[in-house]
Design a binder for this molecule. Structure first.
Ligand code: DX5
Ligand code: ZN
Length: 220
């Protein structure tokens, strides 16, 4: 069964509590928080205060996606908690392994994160210090983009690489254009956790509960 991690940057601030209650009622597994610094990606989004305040509003564990430069200096700012996922980009630091170890030292789970152009082979260097992989299916920075076609096969390639190292049971999260149409293809290639954004859970085409139920059908 695939797990859902709705992208909270897609949630209008005046509807936040409504979304949280609906997510709790529907057993949503994680909340995806896109932290953007305007340097690593050309956008500014959600920060340390948002993360800390959101923890007080719900018990759903956070899935924090760090799209920031020098994460090694900023990871302590978030007070990460056991049970949370923290995604650190290969492309964002010269100290990727150290960052993943820093995340684990907080008790949180470390997601090695790779952008569309980055080969899955880079995972070889950190496979012993991760709790999962985040395969970006879009170039990060904005919601509403279309998936980069080549990234769908990368999901299967990632699973193969994990298996080769005896880590075949680690979760693979996918982020970007996890639509009702694309999600079954991503699931079929081995994705476990789906960042649901503008093209699924936050769609305006149907009520929220209906969109969640429909997406769960897509990733059974
Ligand atoms: C993009 C973010 C994604 C985005 C997903 O940089 O990492 O989490 O919010 O939004 P959609 O599903 O619309 O691509
Ligand atoms: Zn994200």
């Amino acid at each position: 069964m695939g797990m859902l991690s709705p992208s909270m940057m897609c949630a209008q601030i005046d509807e936040l509590r409504t979304y949280l209650r609906a997510f709790e009622k529907n057993g949503i597994e994680y909340l995806h928080i896109d932290v953007m610094d305007g340097c690593f990606v050309p956008n500014l989004m959600l920060g340390t205060d948002y993360v800390k305040q959101l923890r007080k509003l719900t018990n759903i564990p956070l899935d924090v996606h760090l799209m920031i430069v020098e994460p090694e200096k900023k990871i302590p700012w978030f007070d990460f908690q056991p049970g949370e996922y923290v995604a650190v980009h290969y492309e964002s630091t010269k100290e990727w392994r150290k960052c993943l170890e820093m995340v684990r030292a907080t008790g949180a789970k470390a997601l090695a994160t790779i952008n569309p152009p980055t080969p899955v082979s880079v995972l070889e260097g950190v496979i012993d210090v991760i709790d999962g992989v985040l395969v970006m299916t879009v170039n990060p920075g904005f919601a509403g983009q279309k998936a980069v076609p080549e990234t769908i096969q990368k999901i299967a390639d990632t699973r193969e690489l994990l298996k080769k190292h005896g880590k075949g049971d680690l979760p693979i999260e996918v982020d970007g254009n996890c639509s009702f149409e694309m999600a079954p293809k991503m699931r079929e290639k081995g994705a476990d956790i789906f960042v649901c954004g503008s093209s699924s859970v936050f769609t305006k085409a149907m009520p929220l509960d209906e969109a969640i139920a429909k997406f769960r059908e897509c990733v059974k």
